[in-house]
Structure formats: structure tokens, C-alpha cells
Design a protein around this ligand. Structure first.
Ligand SMILES: Cc1cc2nc3c(=O)[nH]c(=O)nc-3n(C[C@H](O)[C@H](O)[C@H](O)COP(=O)(O)OP(=O)(O)OC[C@H]3O[C@@H](n4cnc5c(N)ncnc54)[C@H](O)[C@@H]3O)c2cc1C
Length: 506
């Protein structure tokens, strides 16, 4: 450890109290952990601020001692880095541990204001406690994941308020130069702010976007918009039998989203994305993870769980089941045109655990079910590859064939959910691998890189990435984009003390 870091930790302990710093071996090991192929990333220590003013103190001291800080909210970014830093030796600033208050819930205007440690589960529980009149959009990932960390990483859910950064409103940020910035109407130089968390478009440039997937500042407060909870959430599901049915599925989903007839996003999941959360691969012990699961084994899993090669899920919201029934019927007729879609109604889907996960996601209820995907192969390795496709069935199916082929080339199991809007679908590709097996780890890494190159050659960038690939992806960006990102970094964080390397910046 350099003298600078020693001096930094001493200064923080003096300013914030000795219990605000932890550098024990056990803690360092815990914060180093992740599920990535590139290995753990050991920080030099962990700091636990209590307030925005504590964060400001940490930033000032980090500038003084040239100590690199890596802020996290709750650190449940599983498959994308968990709680580990961009580079070895950075200081984890664990905001969520002590800054975990729900600062405000406005029932009339339907928004909440949260600190970094507020998880989906915590806000959900509080809304239920207050009468369950408001609904928040959740992920189908870990319920302990934080709303600020997720929004800043451009995370998303599945209800009409799916876009977590888009439906955030009003940030408070400690910049790398130590200044405190409020965005939106919060930029007004006043003690009283009426519209900080109700109006996103205010005077001047929209600065909020600079703090998503970057390292220009540390967000200490965020407004988040909520939906009035509808009395009834009614899901519908269709199973398609063949891998290449994706073409038809995408072309069927598009008009329903383009007209906004279906208000939720569509979850279009392949067999392994759903069956994969229900237990370890039945093939792994036979193939020793050297080859992809055979088609017969996939078919057997589909039969066991009552699912298809592709499975479409969506939902309607309304005052009663009866009021929503005509809409469900119209969707049934629409998918019926395919001649092969098998309809699964809301009640039957609720008895199939991976479809119950979808129902929970549409209803804004955090749930644990999808975390079963982490155990599909032993050894805890998990990477998410997140490209996207235009909502054009032929193009989407071509990408499916390419990515499936790469998974098979490296002996991985093709596991994907396409989350579909009107024009674009994000392809959530899961690479689950045995992280304790060096060969399998290397193949998972090679699979990720090869897919990134293959889709980039066809004009597709990723929308979010595991932290070990941030430099790699920034290398795929046009030079003017890279230069602009670095120029903003220099302007807002001249000593480069916030998360150097995150998203390939600094
Ligand atoms: C099975 C499974 C399913 C999943 N499903 C989804 C899903 O449906 N949707 C989805 O979006 N994700 C999903 N995820 C991914 C992930 O778990 C979540 O995105 C998680 O909620 C991230 O939130 P967090 O607070 O834990 O993030 P953190 O780990 O705290 O933060 C993420 C990153 O953002 C930056 N950051 C965090 N807080 C701040 C701050 N205050 N200031 C500046 N920078 C900050 C840091 O660089 C940090 O590394 C899934 C994961 C798994 C394993």
C-alpha cells in the first residue's frame, strides 16, 4: 500500500470516525468478490460515509492524497461486477451501508426520493406498509439491489416505467472536484425547491445523463417516479416450439408495442433462461462442461416445465379481471395467427415458477426466483452480455443464430431473454460457467469477447457491460466519443479520483 493511501485512510478515520474505515483482510476479500471470468479485484479498503457531507469530505481527501475511490450503492450488480472495483487497489466507498434512508414519498405526485442504500425490497416494503397505493418498477434480479446503482448502470424492469434512469428525476451529486451539483429544477440556487423531483427538463443542458455509466461524480440522492398501483395485473404467456420461431415472435410483438396496446414490455425468453433457474444443468456432470447442453436435454427440460423453445410474457393493468379479458382475448387472437403459439393463462403461469417471476416483475414485486440461474453450472461464474436488436424478426433471428453458434463453439449454454419494446429489444445473454475451472473460465471469457466482436461487425454495441470489459468496449467506440468522454472527465474530476477505468474512462 502506498504512503498516500495510508495517509488517506488515516485522514478519513480522523474526519469521519474510526468505524468509517475497514481494511481487514476479511472485508477486503468480501469486496473483491465477483462472478466474472477475470477474477476477484482486491480493493485497498472500504469507507462507509453517513451523509452527502461525508462523501464530500472523502472526495476532498481523495483529491489531496490522490486516492482512487470506487463508489457502490448496494453492490448487488451480479454478473456485471458485483461490488468489486474497476481496478485493484481502489478504495470502495460503500454508500449503501449507512446512507440507506427513504427521504420522501409523495403519495399525491407519486414519487419517492432515496439514498444509495435503498433497495427495491426496502422501497417495496415501505409502499406496502403505506397501503400499497403506489407501485415501483423492479428488476427481476436481486431484491437487495439498489435503485440508484441500478439506474446509474442503465438498468431496467418490465412495467410501463421500465427505464430506471428515464424514470428517475432529480439527482444530487458530489463531483470529482468536490462540488455538490443538483440536476433538473434542483439547479435553482434556492433553499426551497418545488420541482426537483417532478420535472426532468428544466433550464439549460440536461446534465443527468452524464452520471449514468460514467465516473464523473458520486450520486447521493435520486428522485424516482412511481405508478399508481392498478387493482389488477393480468399476465398472458405463449410458448413457441422451435428455436427459429424467434423471427415470428418478434414480428408478432412489434405491432402490439408500437401501438402501445400492450403496456408492459415483452419478455421473450428462451428455454434455458426459464428452465435454468430451476436447478443445475442435467447435462453438466456428463459433459463436464466441455460442450453445450444437447437439444434432446433441452427438449426434456421444456416438457418437464411446460415451456417452449421461446416463451413470450406480457401484462395488462386495469380495474378488474373482467375489464382486461377482452384485451387478453385480442392478444390471443393475434398470437394465434402463428398457428403454433401455445397460450398459457395467468393462473396456469402462476404455477410455473419462472413464469411467476415474470408476473412478479410486471406487478412491481421483487422476487428471488431468477437468481437460480447462477446455479445452472457449479462454481458460481456469471457474465451478462447485453447487446440488442432492432424489432425486426429476421434480424433478431440472425443474431440469435450467430450468438447461439458462439456459445456452442465455446461449450457454453445459450441462455437469453429479449426484452422487447416497439423498435428495439435488449438481449440479456447469460453466460453461466464454473469459475473454479480454468479452462471453462477461459472459454466463458472467449465466448463473451467473440460475441461482442461478431455483433459489433454487424453494427451492434452493448448497452451495459461487466466491469472487466469496460476498456475493451470503450476500444470499440469511435475516437470522437472516447475523446469527449475523457474531456468531460478532466473537467469534472481533474485528478481522476472517481472510479478510474469505469466504463473505460480515465
Ligand atoms: C439473475 C439476475 C437477474 C437480473 N435482472 C436484472 C434486471 O431485470 N434488470 C436490471 O437492470 N438488472 C438486473 N440484474 C443485474 C443487477 O443485479 C442489478 O442491476 C442490481 O440491482 C444493481 O444495483 P446495485 O445497487 O446493487 O448496484 P451497485 O453494484 O451498487 O452499482 C452498480 C455500479 O454503479 C456505480 N454506482 C453505484 N452507485 C453509485 C453512486 N451512488 N454514484 C456513482 N456511481 C455509482 C458503481 O460503479 C457500481 O459498480 C440481474 C442480475 C441477476 C444475477
Amino acid at each position: 500500500m502506498s504512503d498516500n493511501l495510508e495517509a488517506f485512510f488515516s485522514a478519513v478515520a480522523k474526519a469521519l470516525g474510526a468505524d468509517s474505515v475497514n481494511r481487514s483482510e476479511e472485508t477486503i476479500r468480501r469486496y473483491a468478490e465477483n462472478t466474472m471470468a477475470g477474477g476477484d479485484v482486491r480493493p485497498s479498503g472500504v469507507v462507509y460515509p453517513r451523509s452527502t457531507s461525508d462523501v464530500q469530505t472523502c472526495v476532498q481527501l481523495a483529491n489531496q492524497y490522490k486516492a482512487p475511490l470506487y463508489p457502490i450503492s448496494t453492490g448487488y450488480n451480479i454478473g456485471l461486477g458485483s461490488r468489486s472495483a474497476a481496478r485493484q487497489g481502489q478504495v470502495i466507498l460503500d454508500l449503501g451501508y449507512r446512507m440507506n434512508r427513504i427521504l420522501e414519498i409523495d403519495d399525491k405526485l407519486a414519487y419517492a426520493v432515496v439514498e444509495p442504500g435503498v433497495s427495491y425490497q426496502a422501497l417495496y416494503d415501505e409502499l406496502v406498509r403505506r397501503g400499497n397505493k403506489l407501485m415501483l418498477d423492479v428488476t427481476s434480479g436481486p431484491p437487495q439491489g439498489g435503485m440508484i446503482g441500478n439506474a446509474l448502470d442503465k438498468g431496467a424492469g418490465y412495467t410501463p416505467y421500465f427505464d430506471h434512469f428515464g424514470f428517475s428525476c432529480g439527482l444530487e451529486i458530489v463531483l470529482g472536484n468536490g462540488a455538490i451539483l443538483r440536476t433538473g429544477d434542483g439547479a435553482l440556487n434556492s433553499e426551497t425547491l418545488a420541482n426537483w423531483h417532478t420535472s426532468k427538463y428544466s433550464f439549460g443542458p440536461i446534465l443527468d445523463g452524464l452520471f449514468a455509466q460514467s465516473n464523473y461524480g458520486i450520486v447521493t440522492r435520486m428522485g424516482v417516479w412511481l405508478l399508481p398501483r392498478p387493482p389488477v395485473v393480468r399476465s398472458f404467456h405463449f410458448a413457441f416450439p422451435e428455436d427459429d420461431d424467434l423471427e415470428q415472435v418478434i414480428d408478432l410483438c412489434r405491432p402490439l408495442k408500437m401501438s402501445n396496446f400492450v403496456p408492459s414490455l415483452f419478455r421473450v425468453s428462451n428455454d434455458l433462461y426459464l428452465c435454468g433457474s430451476e436447478g443445475e444443468s442435467p447435462d453438466y456432470r456428463i459433459s463436464k462442461g466441455k460442450t453445450s447442453i444437447p437439444d434432446e436435454a433441452r427438449r426434456a427440460l421444456r416438457e418437464k416445465h411446460g415451456l417452449g423453445a421461446w416463451n413470450v410474457s406480457g401484462a395488462f393493468y386495469g380495474p378488474s379481471t373482467a375489464a382486461l379479458e377482452p384485451m387478453v382475448q385480442r392478444v390471443r387472437e393475434h398470437f394465434g395467427q402463428s398457428g403454433k403459439a401455445r397460450y398459457i393463462d395467468h393462473a396456469d403461469a402462476a404455477a410455473i415458477p419462472p413464469l411467476q417471476v415474470a408476473i412478479n416483475a410486471f406487478a412491481g414485486i421483487p422476487s428471488l426466483g431468477e437468481l437460480g440461474l447462477l446455479k445452472w453450472r457449479p462454481g458460481g461464474g456469471n457474465l451478462w452480455f447485453l447487446p440488442g436488436t432492432p424489432m425486426d424478426g429476421k434480424i433478431a433471428n440472425d443474431f440469435q443464430r450467430i450468438c447461439r453458434g458462439v456459445y456452442e463453439q465455446y461449450g457454453m449454454d445459450y441462455t437469453v431473454m429479449n426484452v422487447c419494446g416497439p423498435r428495439f429489444a435488449r438481449g440479456l445473454h447469460v453466460i453461466t460457467f464454473n469459475r473454479e475451472d480454468a479452462d471453462e473460465r477461459a472459454r466463458a471469457d472467449a465466448c463473451y469477447r467473440k460475441m461482442s466482436e461478431e455483433v459489433a461487425r454487424r453494427g451492434v454495441f452493448v448497452g451495459r457491460a461487466p466491469i472487466q470489459y469496460h476498456d475493451f468496449h470503450m476500444g470499440q467506440a469511435m475516437p470522437a466519443y472516447r475523446d469527449a468522454c475523457h474531456s468531460v472527465k478532466t473537467a469534472l474530476d481533474p485528478n481522476g479520483i472517481i472510479a478510474p477505468g469505469r466504463y473505460g474512462i480515465g
